[in-house]
Design a protein around this ligand. Structure first.
Ligand code: ADP
Length: 395
């Protein structure tokens, strides 16, 4: 089991677990107030107090109530993308994926709360102006930063191998080096209306999910792009992001109505000095969930209503899966409803297995948005559950 960065929790009454690590961790990221939200002079109602706690101001003037919440990690509006990577332990997750583990970074929250910014970066600048290897933009999100990190780590490893010369008291000598090669493939899909579509090869035929013992659920025939360089992987990311379906929506015209998932599959083979070959297959998935807004608020009708129910179904099932996993009985004895939605089928081996999952709950600090309270409550419920999982796995 991989030890994640130690983040202690000491929660106000509701949570009392002192978790050193858990396979599922919950972070909350509060974005800054946007210019248009500042126009009417409103102040933020969500404030990050420190790295693991935040407060939400609730109620109307005169009777404002302050509620405190504790999470594995809290990221405030002034904190940038690099800080998010570091505080959430994403680099450690990527190292784990390189060592053969499954990892998933999942962004959750209402439309406009900062999911896409967190995962991808600033959408308007990304597709045309992205210079991936020579230059990193401060707005680059988890995905481009992770791609850069993975390729840099692989490059560092091979540089180490090439320069494997050590100085000793008897002069320089070359150590016997194990030979290692790492290959990466990337795929990018969306779950839209409970249909799995390939975002790299658009066709009207949805992908069928199949199951194999080694891979768990996978989308049959999904395009896997061989990524020999950072640029290859960034191109896959940009192509998938461009093709992602968006629907018009009353809350936000660009509201994303699909769950998107880019997965980087990493295979390393390691020829040891004794000639034996060790093969490791890890992967990391980046999931940008559809907006978590409530159905009645979006005034959805017809097709949009169907979309919204399907989106809710995946999110609801995701919550149920986490809840079931936290059941104190042994995993094998518990029915976990992975099969009730495409999203949870695809995440099954990471969330339910020995993988590492990070849920970043994105949150608007605006008093006009109810996402602050909703997201905190949802995230808190998930955290309660994941505390249970963490406790059980440590036993
Ligand atoms: P979502 O994907 O949840 O619908 P977006 O990622 O599109 O939300 O964010 C909404 C707006 O807020 C965008 O203009 C985005 O650039 C901005 N934004 C979100 N999070 C941050 C942040 N942490 N710092 C600066 N701007 C942000």
């Amino acid at each position: 089991m991989i030890k994640m960065p130690a983040i202690s929790r000491n929660v106000h009454g509701e949570l009392d677990a002192q978790s050193k690590f858990s396979n599922i961790r919950v972070a909350v990221r509060v974005r800054p107030l946007l210019a248009e939200e500042k126009l009417d002079g409103s102040d933020a109602v969500v404030h990050v107090i420190n790295g693991s706690s935040l407060k939400v101001l609730e109620g109307a003037e005169g009777e404002i109530r302050t509620r405190h919440f504790k999470f594995d990690c809290c990221i405030g509006p002034a904190e940038g993308q690099q800080s998010t990577m570091e505080k959430c332990g994403i680099f450690q997750m990527l190292d784990a994926a390189l060592e053969g583990y499954s990892a998933a970074v999942i962004a959750y929250g209402q439309t406009g709360s900062g999911k896409t910014y967190t995962m991808l970066g600033k959408e308007e600048t990304l597709p045309d102006n992205h210079k991936c290897s020579s230059h990193s933009d401060p707005d680059d999100g988890v995905m481009p930063r992770s791609i850069r990190y993975l390729f840099t780590r692989i490059e560092q490893r091979s540089a180490c191998r090439r320069g494997g010369t050590t100085s000793g008291s008897r002069g320089s000598f070359t150590q016997p080096q194990a030979s290692r090669s790492t290959t990466m493939q990337a795929s990018f899909l969306e779950v839209y209306n409970e249909q799995v579509n390939d975002l790299l090869r658009l066709s009207s035929i949805p992908k069928v999910l199949r199951w194999s013992k080694s891979e768990g659920f996978f989308a049959d025939g999904l395009l896997m792009v061989e990524c020999e360089s950072m640029e290859d992987a960034i191109s896959v990311m940009l192509e998938g992001a461009r093709n992602r379906k968006v629907g018009s929506h009353e809350l936000n015209k660009d509201s994303s109505r699909s769950h998107s998932m880019m997965t980087i599959h990493i295979q390393s083979s390691h020829i040891q000095p004794d000639g034996q070959c060790l093969c490791k297959r890890g992967k990391v998935s980046f999931v940008d969930l559809a907006g978590s807004e409530r159905l009645n608020r979006t005034k959805s009708e017809g097709m949009m209503l169907k979309e919204s129910s399907n989106i809710n179904r995946s999110l609801l099932t995701f919550g149920k899966v986490v809840s079931c996993l936290s059941n104190n009985r042994k995993n094998g004895d518990v029915y976990v409803p992975y099969r009730e939605s495409k999203l949870t089928k695809l995440l099954m081996d990471t969330v339910g297995g020995n993988g590492l999952t990070l849920l970043i709950t994105c949150c608007s600090p605006s008093p006009m948005s109810f996402s602050a309270h909703c997201c905190c409550h949802v995230a808190l419920r998930l955290l309660n559950k994941t505390n249970e999982i963490g406790r059980r796995r440590r036993k």
